[in-house]
Design a protein around this ligand. Structure first.
Ligand code: F3S
Length: 290
């Protein structure tokens, strides 16, 4: 008998729900619009939005209409100013938690602190936060990369990408303090982690410790889903990161007694339901000797 357990909290987080509500209302009011990069990192959501008239473009120059959307990951202030300068109507869906990180970066740079972000330099949220630091900042993906850093200014502010893991951020702070102490005069740390992600990761770890296999549902380009898969895998439990139900293979369940399921924060409930249904079918088939 294989037991399948779903994490208590799955599906959209508050930031994604808020962004979708803003867009639904805006499309009802104004019609078609263009978003600078996907509003959230999930293809199903992006496809559903395109039915409502929300088209995704990858750069400012591709905007051909009158209404532009800032995605939930936010943008650098330079981009927001450019949109205004072009006299476009701007619909801003930046998550309030991301906004807090942007504000922290701006405030640090205003008092002459160089901003160091624990995060992926290529992620749009991190690029946006660096923009709010006025170009006086750097993103570092992991503790190993600290030793490659050259000379930094004497006043430093440390932040994290909102969706990073709390333990990893704590380890990063430790390594950074050890490395930078002989070089800096002042180091300020601002906790910019998203509480929802933190809670979801903690619950996923507990679940992963209880089961034989973990399935993490989330976009492959979603930072929070990748982090969830990473923390589940770090417990030693076999972990699979999938985007949709059809990716699940029966062999993953063979000889197992329990499976845990969690999802990233931009996964619609419908996708989670499909995953649960598929697991049920595979379980039944295995129990019937399939
Ligand atoms: Fe915002 Fe946290 Fe969701 S940063 S978009 S509430 S994962």
């Amino acid at each position: 008998m294989i037991r399948v357990e779903k994490a208590k909290e799955t599906g959209f987080c508050f930031g994604v729900r808020r962004a979708l509500k803003i867009l639904e209302e805006a499309t009802e009011k104004y019609g078609e619009m263009e978003t600078l990069g996907p509003v959230v990192h999930n293809q199903r959501v992006v496809d559903d939005l395109s039915q409502l008239g929300v088209k995704t473009v990858t750069s400012l120059d591709q905007i051909s209409g009158r209404i532009a959307v800032i995605p939930s990951h936010g943008v650098p202030p330079r981009v927001a100013e450019e949109l205004k300068a072009r006299r476009l109507r701007v619909i801003d869906t930046t998550c309030p938690n991301v906004r807090k990180a942007q504000k922290a970066a701006r405030e640090l740079s205003e008092v002459d602190f160089f901003v160091v972000i624990f995060g992926d330099p290529n992620h749009p949220e991190v690029k946006g936060i660096l923009g709010w630091a006025g170009g006086r900042g750097i993103a570092i993906p992991d503790s190993q990369a600290i030793s490659d850093l050259g000379q930094l200014p004497p006043h430093l502010g440390l932040l994290s990408q909102t969706t990073r893991n709390a333990n990893q951020f704590a380890q990063f702070i430790n390594s950074f303090v050890t490395w930078s102490l002989p070089l800096v005069q002042e180091l300020r740390i601002v906790n910019t982690l998203c509480n929802i992600t933190k809670k979801r990761q903690a619950e996923a770890v507990q679940l992963a410790k209880k089961v034989d296999v973990m399935i993490v549902v989330g976009g492959r380009n979603s930072a929070n889903a990748r982090c969830l898969a990473e923390v589940c895998s770090s417990t030693g439990t076999e972990t699979y990161h999938i985007e949709k139900a059809s990716e699940i293979e029966q062999t993953w369940l063979r000889g197992k007694t329990s499976v845990g399921v969690t999802t990233g924060t931009s996964i619609p409930d419908q996708v989670t339901d499909e995953v649960m249904l598929k697991l049920d079918q595979l379980r039944e088939s295995l129990e019937a000797g399939g």
